[in-house]
Design a protein around this ligand. Structure first.
Ligand SMILES: [Zn+2]
Length: 294
């Protein structure tokens, strides 16, 4: 619930409605009274915002409204396979449900969950979690900030590439001011388009649109024995929880050999054909969702 609110807040077109000059109309087609101007503005679609102050208005007017719109959402990988982890089978002879496996899966669960105000106390993170070091460049209102940021890559195959001295949009828990530095656990919520007027050099005063990665400050679940205990109790009470992990499984096509055999006419030995499914490794790494049941 809280997360949905935060996501909505992030993309709130603040100021668009309140601008004294009605900058919203700049997104509309040119009015019929100025047909000659239409081709010119159409030729520079990426700078639509710069046309906002109409002719005749003083250059001193600075449009400081901020518009943030989702540009490219985070796409978490779909689990290729699902399985269940049954708590009542824990440590039974011959079962795969061991204490060690439970601990491993809980650690994954903890890093994929964010603490919030939902009844369970946490929800599944809808984006990759990473540590973001930042230095605030500009306050965009409503605890949204443009910052110089750095973060390590996250997700399988570095689905979220690392950021090094990169401008990013942050939604922080507490107010901050330009120049403030800090470190947060950030959930990547995708790329957003920010239409604003920078008040820092060298872009100061230029109305422009930037497309940048956006992160929400959040807290992950505590990976501790107490956290594990609460997790087990929640499952026993009927909570539907799952964790997604990368698992190595034998390749089905080649049976884990890395090649398939092809009979050769008149030859004793079969021809070995490298397996394309697993690139001859005999193994596949797939994303598996483990659902926990009592
Ligand atoms: Zn194979």
């Amino acid at each position: 619930m809280t997360l949905r609110l935060l996501l909505a807040l992030l993309a709130l077109p603040l100021g668009a409605q309140t601008s004294a000059f009605g900058t919203k109309v700049s997104a509309e087609p040119a009015p019929a009274t100025a047909p000659a101007a239409a081709p010119a503005s159409a030729a520079s679609p990426t700078t639509a915002g710069t046309a906002a102050p109409a002719a005749g208005i003083s250059d001193e007017f600075v449009d400081n409204s901020v518009q943030i719109s989702p540009f490219r959402p985070t796409l978490l990988p779909e689990a290729k396979s699902t399985r269940t982890f049954q708590l009542s089978k824990l440590n039974r002879l011959g079962s795969t449900e061991t204490t060690k496996e439970l601990q491993r899966l809980f650690s994954a669960f903890a890093t994929q969950s964010i603490v919030d105000g939902s009844p369970a106390g946490s929800s599944k993170a809808v984006g990759y979690l990473t540590t973001v070091n930042y230095s605030i460049l500009q306050d965009l209102g409503d605890n949204r900030y443009l910052a110089k940021a750095a973060w390590p890559a996250a997700g399988p195959n570095e689905a979220l590439a690392a950021g090094v001295d990169t401008m990013a949009l942050l939604l922080l828990e507490k107010p901050a001011k330009p120049g403030d530095t800090g470190k947060i656990t950030g959930m990547h919520v995708g790329t957003v388009a920010i239409l604003f007027t920078p008040d820092f050099a060298p872009l100061k005063g230029r109305r422009l649109t930037l497309r940048r990665e956006a992160f929400l400050e959040c807290a992950t679940l505590e990976d501790s024995p107490a956290g594990l205990q609460r997790f087990v109790e929640a499952i026993a009470a009927g909570a539907e929880l799952s964790a997604t992990t990368s698992e190595t499984i034998p390749c089905k096509k080649c049976g884990g050999l890395g090649f398939t055999r092809e009979a050769q006419k008149g030859q004793l030995l079969d021809k070995r054909v490298p397996c394309g499914d697993c690139a001859s490794t005999g193994k596949l790494i797939i994303s598996v969702e483990t659902k926990f049941v009592p």
